[in-house]
Write a protein of this length. Sequence first.
Length: 254
Amino acid sequence: MTKTVVVTGGGSGIGRAICQELAALDWRVIVTDIRLDAADETKLLLAGDGHEAHGFDVTDHTAAHLLATDISSRHGLDAWVNNAGVSRMRRFVDITESEYDITLSVNLKGVFVCGQAAAKAMIQQGRGGKIVNTASMAGKQGGVPFLTDYVASKFGVIGLTQAMAFELSEHRINVNSVCPGFVATPMQDRELAWEAELKGSTVEEVRASWIADTPLGRLQEPGDVANVVGFLISNKSDFLTGESISANGGAYMD
């Protein structure tokens, strides 16, 4: 029987790679993104049939519960990947309250809202499930320049992952997170430009410094993250819960 997974932020970057990897592993993928056109573009790239694309705001409590209930009733909900996220670079003293609120709303509240919706649907089904949250190596260290609000949100995701895993274990729902490093995505392109400007440097110099900080000697590809997510929602991870996997080429080791 085909298993079904919902992926948030599936319209580009890491999310798109996750969708492609899971489709290749014969999952039915429900691609969601704040931009329906981006979700549709990803859906067209997926191997196999039965995939869906939905425009979806991860901070919308009602929408999250409606989506989880709908997918559960029509297909069964076997896994949910909370991947949607935002970032911007500012010096700590320049971050506005509204910018902070947006970052925490999408990156942390979104994981809470969607994780709760997925968990309720899985509990109702009574057969367990897998939830994976995309955190970051910035969720394990504060020494990250110009990303104070992002760091706060990702530290929160790691703590939330552990708390969810603890409470949901009795329902056979495993909850883990993946912590990427310097991933080559459109978001990274923006961050390269922002960091270069803030440091009075160049994009090339910043990119070189990121590679130098990664022992495996290259920028991470979205597929590197997707491979870990594929493992975390598979039955090979059935005795793994509450963990935050550092998948970053050694850029941060714990």
